[in-house]
Design a protein around this ligand. Structure first.
Ligand SMILES: [Mn+2]
Length: 584
């Protein structure tokens, strides 16, 4: 409950009634779809019923056909193919998808994952040399490489073909983009003739498309073999992990991959996936984007943060069950270690933020640095600081010859551009609008902090620092039944670009005295009434509001209806995200 929070409700549309009729769904669901930009009945139908047929033809991605033909040739010639991945979940799953595909098609395949702290992100020249020395005939990057101009030159010089597949931003050097010189650059936003309809495909998604086209190239047809088709359906589970963990928008094709992948996770035939699910205590459960984002992805990421991500790829590619379980158990341990380290750094970071008076109005962005902070977790800590202060935050691990920093932003503040503006104090930087990384000499850190703060003061308005709560549609209490809860569920998987539906309930009456619940009374249990309908509500972290609420009072709620099971009886209750009283 944030008293400063601004509620943002889309206007009701006259078209909702008709659309609801066409779709055979309630006007409330129709209104919600309209508010999310879905107007055409066909578009809405495929949203409500995702199908694998909605996946775009892989050959629409420029140079993907060329890449698939080259991989197919390497498979036939038994040339050694090395997949060069990345240490995050997207890179790990992308590597596993392509590895299984090449194995399935009879190829000779290995993988290389750079070490997060020792080698850093992306294709590096030393690694390319080593891979060539080890006898690779073809190198295929996944989830990285689009800016690797010098490393690509090494492969060229050694006479080893290189295919780059990536989804990150490329450098524009004023005279148009500069590509690495290699056999093919496969990128969903690189247009040559046709523009690929899904610019937001993640690294695992691109690898999935490449695997698919390689299957077509091997069977010399527009269709893949039956057994390879089964593999591709299986691989959507890996693609879903990458898609959800990489926080690409869960709409269109990405949502289709996430939807099918999530439903396949539970019964996945991949030994490593089952080991991972078991280690997280989720065996047999139906899994959604929450389980992936908060339970499975952190375990996969822990490998790269605390040790070497190569282990996570080994887990997802091995058929040896005891080995997969051994790695999953180890990841469990690394994840716990990550949590401990994160907690320590977060506590120190919050303390430093308080000393620097970061909550004050004239502080618009937060830069914190500490000696001994673990570079593997600074990105997560930056996210936590943004959550807490709702201001852009950069966390720098000092103590080495070169400090490593990681930042997260708020909507409207382009972090990568901001770093550009302060670039004279930095040794290197790069990233996107919402997330970026940097390297800084310890003696330059204070200058950087000051200049970044000044830049933020000039560019961030007080309005940008106000949190907004997006309400999907206004609803009446009597409409909230089990059918509606199920209809709302069909709008998932939820995540970035497809947020959980939030309903606006206006003028409901407090039907009983509110009660503080939870071990330390942090949460609030309420009963509300509107007309003849009475409903139980749970408001997390709203315990402190208890004394201000009185029976009979009229309030507005931002809430999501959910099914609650108690003593064998199920009923609809409301999970309250925010509430306002009339005198506010
Ligand atoms: Mn990625």
């Amino acid at each position: 409950m944030d008293p400063q929070r601004k509620w943002n409700l889309a206007q009701p549309s006259d078209a909702a009634q008709q659309l609801g009729f066409n779709l055979n769904t309630s006007p409330l669901i129709a209104q919600l779809l309209i508010n999310r930009g879905l107007m055409e009945p066909d578009e809405c139908r495929s949203f409500l019923r995702p199908s694998l047929k909605c996946l775009h033809d892989p050959l629409m991605i420029s140079q993907l056909g060329l890449a698939a033909e080259r991989i197919a040739k390497a498979i036939k010639d038994q040339q050694k193919i090395v997949i060069y991945g990345d240490y995050d979940v997207d890179g790990i799953t992308a590597t596993a998808i392509l590895w299984h595909a090449i194995r399935n098609l009879g190829g000779n395949v290995d993988y290389y994952i750079p070490h997060r702290i020792e080698e850093g992100y992306g294709l590096n020249a030393d690694a390319v040399r080593q891979i060539c020395d080890d006898g690779a005939g073809l190198i295929v990057t996944v989830d990285c490489g689009v800016t690797a101009i010098a490393p690509a030159a090494v492969a060229r010089q050694r006479g080893v073909d290189l295919i780059i597949t990536d989804h990150h931003e490329w450098h524009d050097q004023g005279c148009g983009p500069a590509w690495p010189d290699c056999l093919a650059v496969v990128h969903p936003r690189m247009a040559q003739g046709v523009t690929y309809p899904n610019p937001h495909l993640c690294g695992a998604g691109v690898a999935f498309k490449l695997a698919w086209a390689t299957g077509m190239a091997i069977s010399r047809a527009t269709k893949v073999s039956e057994s390879f088709r089964n593999y591709l359906v299986e691989a959507t589970a890996l693609a879903a992990l990458g898609t959800i963990a990489d926080v690409v928008p869960l709409v269109g094709e990405n949502r289709v991959l996430a939807h099918f992948g999530l439903s396949g996770l539970k019964a996945s035939k991949l030994t490593g996936i089952q080991a991972l699910i078991a280690a997280a205590g989720l065996s047999g459960q139906t899994l959604d984007s929450y389980h992936v984002g908060f339970l499975l992805a952190p375990r996969l990421n822990a490998a790269g943060r605390m040790g070497h991500a190569r282990l996570a790829v080994e887990m997802l590619t091995t058929a040896d069950q005891p080995r997969a379980i051994e790695i999953a158990t180890y990841l469990e341990q690394q994840n716990r270690e990550r949590q401990t380290v994160e907690k320590q750094i977060l506590a120190q970071a919050i303390q430093q933020a308080e000393q620097l008076k970061c909550a004050d109005d004239d502080c618009r962005a937060i830069v914190l640095g500490g000696v001994g902070w673990h570079p593997g977790v600074i990105g997560i800590v930056a996210s936590r600081i943004v959550d807490r202060f709702h201001k852009p935050a950069i966390i720098v691990a000092l103590g080495q010859e070169l400090g490593q920093g990681s930042g997260r932003s708020i909507p409207g503040f382009h972090l990568a551009k901001a770093l550009d503006a302060c670039g004279r104090h930095l040794e290197g930087h790069g990233g996107h609008e919402m997330a970026a990384g940097l390297r800084v000499r310890p003696e330059k850190f204070e200058d950087f902090r000051l200049e970044f703060g000044e830049y933020a003061r000039r560019t961030i308005t007080p309005q940008m620092l106000v949190r907004e709560l997006h309400l999907d549609v206004q609803a009446e209490l009597r409409l909230l039944n089990e059918g509606l809860v199920n209809d709302l569920k069909r709008l998932g998987p939820f995540g970035h670009g497809n947020r959980r539906p939030l309903l606006f309930l206006h003028d409901v009456e407090l039907a009983a005295a509110p009660r503080r619940v939870g071990k330390t009374g942090d949460h609030l249990q309420l009963y509300v009434r509107q007309g003849q309908t009475r409903m139980k509500c749970i408001a997390f972290n709203a315990g402190a509001m208890c004394d201000q609420l009185q029976v009979g009072m009229s309030i507005d709620l931002a809430a999501e209806p959910q099914m609650n099971e108690f003593n064998g009886r199920t009923s609809v209750e409301l999970a309250v995200k925010d509430l306002v009283m009339p005198n506010r």
